[in-house]
Write a protein that binds this ligand. Structure first.
Ligand code: C5P
Length: 281
């Protein structure tokens, strides 16, 4: 089984629009224990079967990023791929990108291609801005349009709640509605000794895409208010939304918050999870 963890932009600052139409970014990215699951088996043809709670929202056809990833590898052969889609689709936590990256890793192993991480990241960059960062699933500092990634030391263990209100906000539309940008001048962060150091650092940052996403889907504001009201240390949107996260003191608090959210908003998706060093290995 190959895991495709959710990608969380703990902060996301946006700079100028570049000549290629993409915006310059800076982001601190972490991965959660919660994620999709894929399996890869040798076969004569390339097929993809999808199940899981969010499987119905996805097509297994040629446009699927998993099939595109398989075809982007040198020496494409057959494989029987199965995806269990646990994460909401197109929701700012990199589900599609994580699945794509997991496919590059899984088929690299299955087909014995022996491509190193930088080569997989380069192929991933051609498939989507968020794919390179999802190749290693380790905490990273993300720059460029998302394709320049620097691996960071492990982050402190932090309990987290993910909440998605079930609305789709297209990434291009969110970037198009952007008004205020913090720019991309931050240096690499220091190593964080304790969870409280990381939370203090994050409080001086923001997700610049949160304001435009809230204009497009005002329910995102309700989600953030609800997470904050559960006693979160920090409540913020990830990526271009609509999934938001809350950081909590410990796993019990996160479980309690997720249960409260599910009880008050049964149509919202919510899960208690964590970012920690242990899940990457
Ligand atoms: O690369 P990806 O498919 O995720 O990008 C979707 C859209 O989001 C792009 O077409 C672009 O309009 C916008 N975008 C951007 N700057 C980035 C990443 C995405 O403007 N760094």
């Amino acid at each position: 089984m190959v895991r495709a963890p959710a990608k969380i932009n703990l902060f996301l600052h946006v700079g100028d629009k570049r000549a290629d139409g993409f915006h310059a970014l800076q982001s601190l990215v972490a991965f959660t224990a919660a994620g999709d699951e894929l399996s890869f088996a040798a076969d004569d043809t390339l097929t993809l079967a999808i199940d899981g709670p969010f499987g119905a929202g996805l097509s297994a056809g040629r446009d699927n990023l998993i099939i595109r990833a398989a075809k982007a590898l040198p020496g494409t052969a057959g494989a029987k791929i199965a995806l269990t889609k646990n994460l909401p689709v197109a929701s700012g936590i990199g589900g599609g990108s994580a699945d794509c990256a997991a496919t590059l890793r899984g088929l690299n192993a299955l087909w014995g291609l022996k491509l190193a991480t930088p080569a997989l990241q380069e192929i991933g960059a051609g498939l989507g801005s968020d794919v390179p960062v999802c190749i290693t699933c380790r905490p990273q500092w993300m720059e460029g349009r998302g394709e320049i990634v620097t691996e960071l030391p492990a982050l402190p263990d932090l309990a987290m709640v993910l909440v998605n209100p079930g609305v789709g906000v297209p990434t291009g539309k969110v970037f198009g509605a952007l008004k205020e940008r913090r720019g991309v001048g931050l240096p690499l962060p220091p190593p964080f000794a304790a969870a409280s150091d990381l939370v203090a650092y994050l409080k001086d940052t923001a997700n610049d895409l949160e304001a435009p996403a809230r204009v497009i889907a005002p329910v995102i504001g309700d989600v953030l208010d609800f997470i904050a009201a559960q006693g979160a240390l920090l409540a913020r949107m990830s990526g271009s939304g609509a999934t938001c996260f809350g950081l909590f003191q410990n796993g019990t608090e996160a479980e309690r918050a997720a249960a409260a959210i599910r009880a008050a908003h049964p149509r919202w998706w919510s899960v208690a999870t964590r970012i920690s060093a242990a899940i990457y290995d």
